[in-house]
Design a protein around this ligand. Structure first.
Ligand code: BDR
Ligand code: CA
Length: 310
C-alpha cells in the first residue's frame, strides 16, 4: 500500500478526508500530524483523535505539531468550522492518547526511516509543520515521494482575503518555502474544491449508509454547508480536503496543468496568493501540478462507496 502521512487541522472537511484515507486499503496511513489552522492546535490534535476513534483506529499515532505559523500570528476559521473546529454532531472527548513526540520530529524520523521516495505527504492545513521539518532536516526534502496539498486558488481566487485561500494565507512563508523546495507537488486549489460541492442528495447518501460514520459525516457536512448557504446562497459547501485523498485513489478524477506556482509573501494586499503561471507567460520552471477541474459525480461516488466500508 502507498505510505502516507496526513498533516491536518480538522476541520469537518479534514475529518472526511481522514475517514476516506482510513477506509481505503490502497493507503497505509503511518500517522496523523496536527497543525494549528482552522482552530488552535489543542483542538486540532483533539479532533484528529476523535476522527481516528470514529474510524475504529485508536491505534493510529496522532502527533501535535506547530501551534503557530513561522512568523505570523495564527488566523483561525471558527466562522466556518464552529468553535471546536468540528461543530455539528454531539461528540465526547477522545480517549486514545496523543503521542509525546512532536509532529515535526515524527515527519523527519519517518522520512529518514522509510525507503527514500516511498512516503507521500498529504497536507490539509497550513504548511507550518512541513516547512519546519524541511528547515530542521533539509536531508529529508529529497526523500519525499510527493506532496499533495489542499491550498491556493487561481481563477476562483480567495476565501479568506480577495486574493488568498485560507491554508496558504495562514502561513504564507511556510507555503512559499514548500512550493520552492523542489519536491513533486500536486495542488488542489479552490478552483477544484468549489466544484466538489455538497448538496441534499449527496448528504442524504451519507445518512442512508445507516452507520455511525455515515451519520457523523452527514451531521458535519450539514453544519459545514450552513456557512456557504447563508453567506453566498450557494447550493452546498466545497468538500476541500477529501480531494487530496481522492487524488491518490483515483487520479483520473482530476485534471490540471504542470505549471510554476509562487506564493506571495511581500504584499499586504495579496499576501498568500498562489501566483500560478497557468498560461506559461514566464520561463519559470514548473514546480506543481496545479489542478483545475474534478469529476464531481465520480468524486462523491468514490467518497460514499469508501465511507460505507467504515
Ligand atoms: C481549507 O481551509 C480550511 O478551512 C479547510 O479545512 C480547508 O483545508 C479551505 O480553504
Ligand atoms: Ca483543512
Amino acid at each position: 500500500a502507498q505510505k502516507i502521512i496526513i498533516d491536518t487541522d480538522p476541520g469537518q472537511d479534514d475529518a472526511v478526508a481522514i475517514l476516506l484515507a482510513l477506509a481505503s486499503p490502497e493507503l497505509d496511513v503511518l500517522g496523523l500530524t496536527a497543525v494549528a489552522g482552522n482552530v488552535p492546535l489543542s483542538l486540532t490534535e483533539r479532533n484528529a483523535r476523535i476522527v481516528c476513534e470514529l474510524a475504529g483506529r485508536p491505534d493510529l499515532p496522532v502527533y501535535a505539531g506547530c501551534d503557530a505559523p513561522l512568523l505570523r500570528k495564527l488566523v483561525t476559521a471558527e466562522h466556518v468550522h464552529g468553535k471546536t473546529g468540528l461543530d455539528g454532531p454531539q461528540m465526547g472527548d477522545p480517549t486514545m492518547p496523543l503521542q509525546a513526540q512532536h509532529a515535526v520530529d515524527f515527519i523527519v524520523e519517518t522520512l529518514r526511516g522509510e525507503p527514500s521516495g516511498s512516503v507521500t505527504l498529504c497536507v490539509l492545513g497550513p504548511l507550518t509543520n512541513i516547512a519546519t521539518a524541511f528547515r530542521r532536516a533539509p536531508d529529508v526534502i529529497g526523500r519525499v515521494q510527493q506532496i499533495i496539498l489542499m491550498g491556493g486558488a487561481y481563477f476562483e481566487v480567495g476565501n479568506i482575503t480577495p486574493a488568498a485561500e485560507f491554508n496558504i494565507y495562514v502561513d504564507p512563508e511556510a507555503a512559499a518555502e514548500v512550493f520552492a523546495a523542489g519536491v513533486p507537488l500536486v495542488v488542489m486549489p479552490l478552483d477544484v474544491t468549489h466544484k466538489a460541492l455538497t448538496n441534499r442528495a449527496r448528504i442524504d447518501a451519507f445518512r442512508a449508509m445507516g452507520t455511525t460514520v455515515g451519520d457523523m459525516v452527514a451531521a458535519w457536512t450539514d453544519f459545514f454547508e450552513r456557512f456557504d448557504k447563508e453567506k453566498y446562497g450557494a447550493e452546498g459547501a466545497p468538500l476541500h480536503d477529501p480531494c487530496v485523498i481522492a487524488y491518490l485513489l483515483q487520479p483520473g478524477l482530476f485534471t490540471g496543468r504542470h505549471v510554476n506556482v509562487v506564493v506571495e509573501t511581500g504584499s499586504d494586499l495579496t499576501l498568500g496568493m498562489t501566483v500560478a503561471d497557468w498560461w506559461r507567460v514566464t520561463d519559470r520552471a514548473p514546480n506543481a501540478m496545479f489542478m483545475g477541474d474534478v469529476d464531481a459525480e465520480g468524486f462523491f461516488a468514490l467518497l460514499t462507496d469508501r465511507l460505507a466500508r467504515l
